[in-house]
Design a protein around this ligand. Structure first.
Ligand code: BG6
Length: 469
């Protein structure tokens, strides 16, 4: 729809940015922190691991001051489960609690709203060794971990996100580094793990509402509009299939507490039906999120399956469609340009996605990731020019405002990433932040922070509540 007049961004809109613990903190084994699956995973040769990352653990005061200088209204970060429970369960590590107390105090003291992801890919390795999410004990461990977070930080944290991109861990966990390489029947097992994560999420949502009734909690999947490659009815069917498996399986469960019919049918067809215990469905139906957080980088396009191996395309990346025989085939969208990493750039798709989610669930929305990874260069005079990032974000923010004008309730935008950090599997040369961190793949240099061109642009945008895009 064309609008003659745009609605302004709401007052108190959460302009901010996002990070995750393992990609920014470093200090991977300091102060009692246990190893996570990420710490133990193997990374492609030539890319950095996450051991030092941006060393935010030792720079957090300086980092939060920079976010405050940009005018951040909200900051989304994750808590490392292994700092709180080094073995996933058992003894609490007080130094981990202290670190996050200090971090949250620092954030709040600058008038920034903390938005906490409870679990962003970094499952404690000790739990993985006992079967990880295949083992129902991990549900109990997550519930206890959630309770510890609510009890220790619930007096200052009003917004909670349960699990980051559960759907990407299931669909692309091998690329991210979360899948246990020893799984015998990975796909079937992953959908069992998925079921357990959904139950764990439901329990955490209920617990949050009981223990901190004024706080709000929601899921944080990666949701994108799925386009059919053509108007051929078979392509449209493939888009329905993939939408159900990629998007609605997760949100239908989080919001309505039931399995999406197409996704369930897919489980039956492929032999992936998870074992469901008595009361699981009751727990799932009882939990209600207060909002939906989602990450959006690109739309995806699919065509009808050819029914053979040719359906499976690229496999090494969580933002590129893979394809599955008999279900859908990944396709290129000839209408869209790609970034340097082959991800299609689709700001209008962002508006489509916002509308699709809101029409379906009618809950307030917050975007917890959106952004452009690029090989930024530090120039003489402490200059980092990143006009490509400004253009990417500007176009997405314009479409978000159009979606708001369409009637979608959006209460925040936290692009990826607040500060440079380590990409999930491409090291630190692929940068996303408003703030440059001076290190190379293997040379840690001085890790000093440098404001990029986009820092100043975003600062002005926030100061004018999005009027000056
Ligand atoms: C999302 C993740 O999938 O994409 C982030 O939640 C990740 O953790 C982001 O960093 C960008 O992907 P990448 O592979 O460029 O780091």
């Amino acid at each position: 729809m064309k609008h003659n007049k745009l609605k302004p961004f709401p007052a108190n809109f959460f302009w901010g940015g996002s990070t995750s613990a393992y990609q920014i903190e470093g200090a991977w084994n300091e102060d009692g922190k246990g190893p996570s699956v990420i710490d133990m995973a193997k990374y492609p040769e030539g890319t950095a691991d996450f051991k030092v990352a941006s060393d935010h653990y030792h720079h957090y005061k300086e980092d939060i001051a920079l976010l405050a200088e940009m005018g951040f209204k909200a900051y989304r970060f994750s808590i490392a489960w292994t700092r709180i429970y080094p073995n996933g369960s058992g003894e609490v590590n007080q130094k981990g609690i202290d670190f996050y107390n200090n971090l949250i105090n620092e954030i709040v003291s600058h008038g920034i709203e903390p938005i906490v992801t409870m679990y962003h890919f970094d499952l404690p390795y000790a739990l993985q060794q006992k079967g990880g999410w295949s083992n129902r004990e991990t549900i109990d461990a997550f519930e206890i971990y959630a309770q510890t977070l609510f009890e220790n930080f619930g007096d200052r944290v009003n917004y909670w996100l349960t699990i980051n991109e559960q759907n990407m861990m299931i669909l692309h966990g091998d690329a991210i580094g979360t899948v246990d390489p020893n799984l015998e029947n990975p796909k079937k097992e992953l959908y069992q793990q998925n079921h357990h994560m959904l139950v764990a999420q439901a329990k955490a949502m209920n617990l949050c509402h009981q223990l901190i009734p004024n706080a709000k909690i929601g899921p944080a999947p990666n949701i994108v509009s799925i386009y059919p490659a053509s108007s051929k009815p078979e392509d449209i069917m493939a888009a329905y299939n993939y939408s159900a498996i990629r998007n609605w399986l997760y949100l239908d469960m989080a919001v309505f507490g039931r399995y999406n019919t197409t996704a369930w049918n897919y489980f039956e067809e492929k032999g992936y039906v998870p074992t469901i215990l008595d009361f699981d469905m009751e727990v799932l139906a009882s939990a209600k999120p207060d909002f939906i957080a989602f990450n959006y980088y690109t739309s995806q396009t699919v065509a009808a399956s050819e029914g053979d191996g040719s359906d499976i395309g690229h496999t090494g990346d969580q933002h590129i469609t893979v394809g599955e025989p008999g279900v859908y085939k990944g396709a290129n969208n000839p209408n869209l340009k790609k970034n340097e990493f082959g991800w299609e750039i689709d700001p209008v798709g962002f508006r489509n996605t916002l509308r699709e989610i809101y029409d379906r669930y009618n809950l307030p929305l917050i975007i917890t990731e959106n952004g452009l990874g690029a090989f930024d260069k530090l120039e003489e005079g402490e200059i980092v020019n990143d006009p490509y990032r400004i253009e990417f974000l500007r176009k997405h923010i314009e479409q978000m405002q159009l979606a708001i004008t369409d009637g979608v309730e959006v209460f925040g935008f936290c692009p990826w990433s607040a500060i440079d950090l380590i990409s999930t599997h491409q090291g630190c040369s692929k940068r996303y932040g408003f703030i440059f961190v001076n290190r190379d793949e293997f040379d840690l240099k001085d890790l000093r922070r440098i404001r990029k061109q986009s820092f100043y642009w975003y600062k002005e945008l926030i100061a004018t509540n999005g009027e000056k895009i």
